[in-house]
Structure formats: structure tokens, C-alpha cells
Write a protein that binds this ligand. Structure first.
Ligand code: HSE
Length: 306
């Protein structure tokens, strides 16, 4: 039995579009084992995803095909907490889980770098895959045939508040909203702020985060896809957030505060959301600095009965 737990992520963090993302202590967990009956059993997800279209299963098949390992049957049980199509990396979670679990079942023939490259090839966004796999704040670069990454722990002085709308937004639709060209000025605006956001979050510099966490490459084009974005942005800043950005491709929004301001901000923002968007979720989360965790046990341990 393999138990694999993979964190939710926020890619981009404002200016770091397609460049970096961070992981949270907010997980989906998968219990996976081989079976001799030749069947595929998938539980814990909507009936639509209980077949060979299941993303965890598809990721596993990529690894099995590469290393020529062919289990007779498979059981995949998913404990899903992270909402789908909300900009929290739920596809990356499934792909990372499937790739790590399949590699473990096959006797761990592939290196960490090979697993990372396979996951990125399948998902398409290293800024989502890297934090789901490695935790912390991770910047990643598609370097042609391989992907490079640098990971740092998120500094302890920040708190993260996720505002999760009750509607989905597909990454495809959010990418279609982007222009095919941006100005040199806007590119410079983002390069300088992305660098500063990464360093502010890892070196513990709340004093510069407010100025750094601004973006001109994607949020101005995507915000109209998210109901109430401008009002929520302005309210969050008025209530003490250092910055508010779209998490990944949206529609979830991430507000960052100092740890000292976290309780007051969370209480006041919760009141505001209860009045304006009562069906939305609002979570106060800590960063995950460890990434996906894989535990190999015996065939009867761990899986919840249902
Ligand atoms: N960086 C990607 C985007 C993440 O914003 O489109 C997609 O999950």
C-alpha cells in the first residue's frame, strides 16, 4: 500500500506568472495498491472520474510505460479536500501523486529530476508541479528537455488567507484571456517585482511585499473573470493585507498578511465575506515547506473504509 499526500499550491503569487508557486498545509491524500484481480478500482471521487480518465491513474500509466512495469490491477482511493478548478493546483496534485506512487510501486527506478520532468510534461506548468512536489516557495524554469527549480522555505512571519469562490474557472479560459503581446515596460515591472516577491517571502521582508506583489502580465486581464475581484482586493488591503493576488489561474484569491496581523485580518475579512459572498470558503493556511509525502506500508494499512 502506498499512501501519498500532496499539498495544494498557489502559482504566480502576483508578479511571478508561470515562474513560481508555493505550497500550503492543505492536502489531498491517495491510498494506492496493486491487486491481482486485473481490475481498476477507483473510489473517493465523483463517478465521472472512476475510470481510465482518472488523472492519478493516467499519471501512473506514464511511469509504468516508461519503466516497463505492469501491475495486474490497481486500487486508488482518494481523500479530496482541495477544490477542483479553483486555482489551487488540483490537477498538479493528482499528477504528482500518480507519478510518485507508480514509481514507488515499480521499486523507485526513476530519479527525482526525471519524475519532476514527467509531471511537468503532463501538467504543463512547472510553477504548479514544483511546489506540489517539493513544498515551500519554488521557482521553476522550462529549460527545453528538462526543468530546473530552486526551492526555499517560506519565512515564518507571513500568514496566508485563501478566498475560494463557489464557482470554477478553467485554466484554459483564464489563459485565453491573456494578450499575445505585452509591453517592454510591463515586462520590466513584473521582472523586478517577481524577484522581490520571491526574496521578500523567503527572507521575511513584509516591508517590501506590498509594493512587490503587483502584476501587469496576467491579473489585469483575468480579474474580470472573477466576480467582485476589485472590491475584494481593495477591502483586503484596507483590512491590513500586504497584498492580494489571484491564486494560480483563479478564481481563488490569496491575501498575505504578517503573522501579527493575521487574526484581526481574518476576523474582519470573514465578516465582510459573510455579508457579501456567504457561499464562498475562506481559509487561513500555513505554508507547507516539505512537499509531497509518500509512505509505503503493508497492503492493509491506512486506507479508510467506506
Ligand atoms: N501559471 C499558470 C497560469 C498556472 O497562471 O496560467 C496554471 O495553473
Amino acid at each position: 500500500m502506498i499512501r501519498v499526500q500532496v499539498p495544494a499550491t498557489s502559482a504566480n503569487l502576483g508578479p511571478g506568472f508561470d515562474a513560481f508557486g508555493m505550497a500550503y498545509q492543505f492536502y489531498n491524500t491517495f491510498f494506492i495498491h496493486e491487486k491481482d484481480d486485473g481490475k481498476l478500482t477507483i473510489r473517493g471521487v465523483d463517478r465521472r472520474y472512476q475510470g481510465k480518465n482518472n488523472l492519478v491513474y493516467q499519471a501512473m500509466q506514464k511511469v509504468f510505460a516508461k519503466v516497463h512495469y505492469y501491475p495486474k490491477g490497481l486500487s486508488i482511493f482518494s481523500e479530496v479536500d482541495v477544490p477542483v478548478s479553483r486555482g489551487l493546483g488540483s490537477s498538479a496534485i493528482c499528477i504528482v501523486a500518480g507519478i510518485l506512487a507508480a514509481n514507488a510501486l515499480a521499486g523507485s527506478p526513476l530519479s527525482q529530476d526525471a519524475l519532476f520532468d514527467m509531471a511537468v510534461a503532463m501538467e504543463g506548468h512547472p510553477d504548479n508541479i514544483a511546489p506540489a512536489m517539493f513544498g515551500g516557495l519554488v521557482c521553476a524554469v522550462d529549460n527545453g528537455k528538462t526543468n530546473l527549480f530552486i526551492k526555499n522555505a517560506v519565512a515564518d512571519c507571513f500568514s496566508f488567507h485563501l478566498i475560494i469562490p463557489d464557482f470554477p474557472l478553467s485554466t484554459k479560459a483564464a489563459r485565453q484571456a491573456l494578450p499575445s503581446r505585452v509591453s517592454h515596460k510591463d515586462a520590466v515591472f513584473n521582472v523586478s517585482r517577481a524577484t522581490m516577491t520571491y526574496l521578500a517571502l523567503t527572507e521575511g521582508r513584509p516591508d517590501v511585499l506590498a509594493a512587490a506583489m503587483r502584476d501587469k502580465l496576467h491579473q489585469p486581464y483575468r480579474k474580470d473573470l472573477i466576480r467582485s475581484y476589485d472590491k475584494i482586493h481593495d477591502t483586503a488591503l484596507r483590512l491590513g493585507a500586504l497584498g492580494l493576488c489571484i491564486s494560480g489561474a483563479g478564481p481563488t484569491m490569496l491575501a498575505v498578511t504578517t503573522k501579527d496581523d493575521a487574526q484581526t485580518f481574518h476576523r474582519d475579512m470573514k465578516d465582510y465575506l459573510a455579508r457579501t459572498e456567504p457561499a464562498w470558503d475562506f481559509y487561513h493556511l500555513n505554508p507547507d515547506n516539505d512537499g509531497a509525502r509518500l509512505i509505503v506500508g503493508d497492503a492493509t494499512s491506512g486506507e479508510p473504509s467506506c
